[in-house]
Design a binder for this molecule. Structure first.
Ligand code: DC
Length: 226
């Protein structure tokens, strides 16, 4: 029986998982799961509904019933909450910090598990997150843990924002990255750690092309062995 081939890509915020997973999904013609976007939309929906970001039971209800869609367009994936286009609103630094807060709540993570697993369809899936290889897809065919120093990630983010004509303060970005890292790595449930069978790629001194080529070679190697 044919089975979906899963490539799990985990790692800290700002490490380039988004760019890598988009390229991988395109090259392999696989489905793409941006699990961070789900947590970001949940935090956004919660704020909009006036919920506190620690109100676990209310957040679980929101997680179960929020009407979230990812709509592929020529310009990228559009993220919709009901009819509202939240693509840009969920990409701010604040939205990332808020997502990290709701993501630390065990019942919220549990409530979002099936929604994430539903993305797994043939011929395959590239999944981007913090716990793809450890919790959501523990049997993934390829597991990659992409890492880079907080300083390099902050510098990349600063350049990215400046390229978009936005104001960017390196020290503030670095402190937000460190705060988010600390919460994501030290939470009780599904903390950010490499799966025991993950290949760790430290991208600190690598270009996106080098990271992509390395990831593709891992996929090809695994496919040959199947
Ligand atoms: O990947 P991202 O920056 O869009 O994720 C935003 C936050 O969501 C991140 O700080 C932690 C949380 N997250 C998570 O806990 N588990 C995932 N699989 C993906 C994201």
């Amino acid at each position: 029986m044919a089975k979906a081939f899963v490539v799990a890509v985990d790692g800290p915020g700002g490490v380039g998982k988004g760019e890598l997973t988009r390229r991988l999904a395109k090259a392999l013609d696989f489905e793409l799961l941006d699990s961070g976007a789900i947590y970001r939309v949940l935090a956004y929906a919660a704020r909009k509904a006036g919920l506190a970001l620690f109100d676990e039971d209310s957040l679980v209800q929101e997680a179960k019933f929020m009407n979230l869609t990812f709509e592929p367009t020529d310009a990228g994936v559009k993220v919709l909450l009901g009819d509202e286009d939240v693509t840009l609103a969920i990409r701010t630094e604040e939205a990332g910090v808020n997502a990290s807060k709701v993501a630390a709540l065990p019942k919220v993570r549990e409530a979002l598990l099936q929604r994430q697993r539903d993305f797994c369809v043939e011929p395959g899936l590239v999944a981007d997150g913090r716990d793809m290889g450890t919790v959501v897809f523990p049997k993934a065919e390829v597991k990659i843990f992409l890492d880079a120093s907080a300083e390099v990630r902050a510098k990349r983010r600063e350049l990215q924002l400046k390229a978009q004509g936005k104001v960017a303060d390196y020290d503030l970005i670095l402190s937000e990255i460190k705060e988010r890292d600390d919460r994501d790595r030290n939470r009780a449930v599904a903390p950010l750690v490499p799966a025991s069978d993950a290949v760790v790629i430290d991208s600190t001194d690598m270009s996106i092309e080098e990271v992509f080529n390395k990831a593709m070679s891992l996929v090809e190697e695994k496919r040959k062995g199947l």
